[in-house]
Every structure is written in C-alpha cells, then in structure tokens.
Design a protein around this ligand. Structure first.
Ligand SMILES: [Zn+2]
Length: 166
C-alpha cells in the first residue's frame, strides 16, 4: 500500500481578503511534551528583514493577540514608514514559517499569536480578551472526542468562549 502521507499543507493567511480564513493554529493533539521553547527568531528558513523582525518582536513582547491593524499601529512607532500591506506580508511570512499562529473567532478580524507552546484560545465574552490556555498534562484528544472510525487527529485548533464565573 502506497504511503500517502504527505507533509502538512502549508497554510498561509489571506489577510488581504475580507473573507474569513480558517483558523490556523497548530495545536498538537497529544503525545508531545508541551514544553517546547519558542522558536528563536533565527528559525523559520527565511530572511529576517527589519520589518519582519519588528513585527515578530512586537507580537512576542506583548501577547494580547492583536489584529493586523493593531500591529500596524504599534509597529509604526518604530517603523513610521511601514505600510499596512507590508505588515500583512510580514504576518503571512511568519505564519507560513510556523512562528506565528493566526487566530480566528466567529466575528472579527484575524488575530495573531506567537506562542509556540501547544495551546487553545479562550475568548472572554465580557472583555473581548483572548487568553492562551494549555491542555492539562496527559490529556489525549483521542480520548475526549468520538472520532469517526479509523480517523486520528493530526492537529487541533481549539477555540473556546467563556466569561468570568459569577
Ligand atoms: Zn495564542
């Protein structure tokens, strides 16, 4: 039987389109330690232009899952001449390289997350904040979900909604 196992599709954001993209975080379902260190900026196999470096540093330094427009506003403090299109290009490159995750909730624009650890996203309905939440150690998604026969999970993108307990 031929091995049809192809490498994971490289998914790029489509930030210029107003259409919603599919969530693209790469939460690993199970089996790994969950203790991965963030990828160093030297990783990724692409050239670190000043713009990419600034966008990544900004995301990494303030992990509040900003939108591209918010990133644009912040990065202009250091790079006043950068364009919004360049910010989108930087984000697309960083997402494509696996250094940044694109996070989508039902409404609203894509947000960006540099957290390389396995995690899901919890949207606080009262504040609009998005929290990174990690799976508890030892949780195997195959034990939580009733999968169709013969299927296994290769990647998970988990979005949760919540609010503070009353
Ligand atoms: Zn995140």
């Amino acid at each position: 039987m031929a091995d049809n196992h192809s490498p994971p599709e490289r998914r790029n954001p489509r930030p210029r389109s107003s259409r919603r993209a599919v969530p693209k975080s790469r939460l690993q379902p199970s089996g790994s330690s969950g203790a991965q260190a963030p990828a160093p900026p030297e990783a990724g196999g692409f050239r670190w232009t000043r713009q990419r470096r600034e966008v990544f540093a900004l995301l990494d330094g303030h992990r509040d899952h900003p939108t591209a427009a918010e990133i644009y506003a912040r990065v202009r403090e250091n790079l006043p001449d950068i364009s919004l299109a360049t910010v989108y290009n930087c984000l697309e490159t960083l997402v494509g390289a696996g250094l940044v995750k694109q996070v989508n909730f039902e409404r609203g624009p894509s947000r960006y997350c540099p957290n390389q650890r396995e995690h899901a996203h919890l949207y606080d309905e009262t504040s609009g904040e998005i929290h990174d939440v990690e799976l508890k150690p030892g949780i195997d998604l195959h034990r939580i979900f009733k999968l169709p026969r013969g299927m296994r999970i290769t990647r998970a993108e988990i979005s949760l909604m919540g609010r503070p307990r009353a």
